[in-house]
Design a protein around this ligand. Structure first.
Ligand code: ZN
Length: 673
């Protein structure tokens, strides 16, 4: 059976035929496309001809085209417009895909061909990009363990499967501890809390069948409770419940799991010939080595800690003035920080919102892309996957560049957060493809006839995701596997975080932040408050983040710790952690690091990207302003068009003439001396 997913897409710009696709099409299309990819891979591996770039690497690039099409549509819909049928399909597809990927990397004949090409690369007259995809392909096989033989190969398989079991268990324990915590409150305990916290506490009590309100560990309840409750005793109990997740003893305790995970990761790295797991993990990142991460975090730590200590002294005085003896504790910080914030930067969100209309902020993002890169956006009338979605054709000098889809409103079927993904990424070989990119957000949908209004954070999110979209749209490389956002994890947030800076350019807000009813521009005084509030309490935020990033890095450096909690204590002691601040994520609930492999020895990467975006925007300011045409041209030529076609460090250095320093980041966070 041929479904609309696999039939040729005879639509404008070869968009997925959304109006013809039904959920019942996914399973048969997935089966057929997966089988087709297997046949293609087998044909490449079994080719009697000696390996060449064309019959091996280029053939791998071209293989799985049908699977890409099916999964591009499926996973986008599963994330942004889910339903029970799509959830069931996802549970079916995910393990089968993992197995499919593992089988490709375990294919010895395929690896032999790639290895032969890699070892004879000097004789092959390959272009830079061809060499790059060959290098990445070879490296991926080696890092997956394809070069291991006998017992080592068996041990690697056993380690990977045990790690996946432990990661799942870590997450489930965390969820169980979060679900089990319940602190019943009396109505009197709610004194001093804003209405929205009172409502959530009452709703939590009702959900637990209590007669009164209650506190749970739901982030949207516990965090504002710590921020607003004047009851120091209750804040302490709430804070302890929150920070003890995964460390409550018994069956759900994650401390033993963390130790086992660290030991297995170290063994995995040793089997592959690396000195430790951090070296293995950072090899493919821009940072490259643990020492460079340590160096970066170290440079930011001292000024951040100094700022946090100065803030702590102010809050210590406020605590005294409230009649409490003793020292400022971690459960006091958010409460007194919120009091200071209100005193220093009171921002009236309700007065601000009418100036931030969704449609005008979209126009602002498009306008900046037009001034910087000459892109034009024309609305498209095409069938999409949900009535809230909109699409634009993106052109430059009249030439088609790609299609941009905006899916901005929250709905029950959408997962939380905001993201950018592609239905199709750019490539020139073996078949030319133009990108189809989507930004998905969770902004509040207005009632009928009213304009959609954003918070300032929402507007920043819109620019952030649009920066990722530009990375895809401006991509101009030969091969799909290295196009657009297919770059190192510590480099991928550069285009997005960098684009946020254009929202803060006064002439942009001046032109596009206009009042929904009066049409007037945002008053300067309001704009100043918005910008000043952005650096508030940055000492605290930077300290809690770096503490977690440093513990993550040291866990994976050198021999694995037998007792991770003791190691954590040593690292914090070595840093001189301020006593009233806790790590953002302590080990027993550090899901970034232990629930899977994604951010292990990689939690630093948020700050690494921020160092670059601050430094890169400073390049514009030094050159002649936010819209300096020569800088925009450089940004596109060296970064936005290049995807992963070269090492991130080479791309950045080509753009900036040097590697980034931390000065611009410290200034941006309000931590510069
Ligand atoms: Zn991002």
């Amino acid at each position: 059976m041929t479904t609309p997913l696999l039939a040729p897409w005879d639509t404008p710009f070869a968009l997925p035929p959304f109006d013809a696709i039904e959920d019942s099409h996914f399973a048969p299309a997935f089966d057929e496309a997966l089988a087709e990819h297997r046949v293609e891979i087998e044909a490449i591996a079994a080719n009697p001809e000696p390996p060449s770039f064309e019959n091996t690497i280029l053939a791998l690039e071209g293989a799985g085209e049908a699977l890409d099409r099916v999964l591009g549509v499926f996973f986008n819909l599963a994330g942004s417009d889910s339903n029970p049928e799509r959830q069931a399909l996802q549970r079916d597809f995910s393990p089968r895909l993992a197995e499919h990927g593992a089988a490709i990397y375990a294919n010895k004949r395929l690896f032999d061909r790639v290895r032969t090409l890699w070892e004879t690369r000097a004789d092959r007259d390959l272009s830079d990009e061809e060499l790059r995809v060959l290098e990445l392909s070879h490296r991926a096989f080696v890092r997956a363990g394809a070069a291991l033989e006998g017992d080592d190969a068996e041990r690697m398989t056993a380690i990977k499967s045990r790690l996946s079991v432990l990661g799942t268990q870590f997450t489930q324990n965390l969820l169980k501890d979060e679900a089990d915590f319940l602190l019943p409150l009396s109505e009197g305990d709610l004194d001093g809390l804003p209405d929205f916290v009172v409502d959530s506490a009452r709703a939590a009590g009702e959900a637990a069948d209590l007669d009164g309100p209650a506190l749970t560990l739901s982030r949207s309840l516990i965090v504002p409770f710590l921020q607003f409750s004047p009851r120091r005793d209750l804040r302490e109990r709430a804070w302890r419940g929150w920070t003890l997740r995964g460390a409550n003893g018994g069956e759900t305790d994650n401390r033993g799991i963390a130790a086992e995970i660290l030991a297995l990761r170290a063994e995995r790295a040793a089997l592959l010939g690396y000195p430790d797991f951090a070296h293995y993990k950072l090899e493919t990142e821009m940072a490259g080595s643990p020492d460079r991460v340590r160096d970066l975090l170290g440079q930011v730590w001292a000024p951040a800690r100094a700022q946090a200590e100065a803030d702590a002294a102010e809050m210590q005085a406020m605590l005294r003035a409230d009649g409490h003896d003793g020292r400022l504790e971690p459960w006091d910080w958010r409460y007194y920080a919120e009091k200071r914030r209100r005193a220093l930067h009171d921002l009236d969100e309700t007065a601000l919102k009418p100036y931030l209309q969704l449609d005008r902020m979209i126009e602002a993002a498009f306008s900046c892309a037009n001034r910087l890169f000459g892109l034009d956006f024309a609305p498209l009338d095409v069938p999409l996957y949900h009535p809230d979605c909109r699409a634009w054709e993106v052109t430059r000098d009249g030439e088609h560049v790609g299609v941009f889809i905006g899916d901005y409103f929250a709905r029950a079927s959408k997962r939380s957060g905001a993201w950018c993904s592609a239905f199709r990424s750019q490539a020139r070989r073996p078949q030319p493809r133009t990108p189809v990119v989507v930004n998905v957000c969770n902004f509040a949908k207005p009632s009928k006839g009213k304009p959609a209004l954003l918070s300032y954070d929402d507007a920043r999110t819109l620019f952030h995701e649009f920066g990722h979209a530009l990375h895809q749209l401006l991509s101009d490389v030969e091969f799909g596997s290295i196009s657009g956002t297919s770059v190192a994890r510590d480099f991928v947030e550069l285009p997005s975080q960098l684009y946020e800076h254009w929202l803060e350019v006064p002439e942009v807000l001046g032109e596009f932040a206009t009042h929904a009813t009066t049409g007037e521009a945002m008053p300067q005084e309001m704009l100043d408050r918005v910008l000043a509030a952005a650096t508030f309490d940055m000492g605290f935020q930077t300290v809690e983040y770096i503490a977690s990033a440093m513990v993550d890095l040291e866990f994976h450096s050198g021999p694995p710790p037998a007792d991770p909690m003791q190691k954590q204590a040593e690292v914090l002691e070595g840093l001189g952690m301020p006593r009233a601040i806790a790590m953002r994520h302590a080990t027993p609930h550090f899901a970034h690091v232990f629930a899977g492999d994604g951010y292990s020895s990689g939690y630093y990467s948020y700050m690494w990207s921020e160092v670059m975006d601050a430094d890169a925007f400073q390049a514009f300011e030094e050159a002649g302003g936010a819209f300096d045409p020569a800088m925009a041209e450089k940004l596109e030529r060296h970064i936005l068009s290049r995807g992963g076609s070269a090492e991130a460090e080479a791309l950045y250095t080509a753009f900036r003439g040097r590697m980034p320093g931390v000065e611009a980041l410290l200034k941006g966070r309000g931590l510069a001396a």
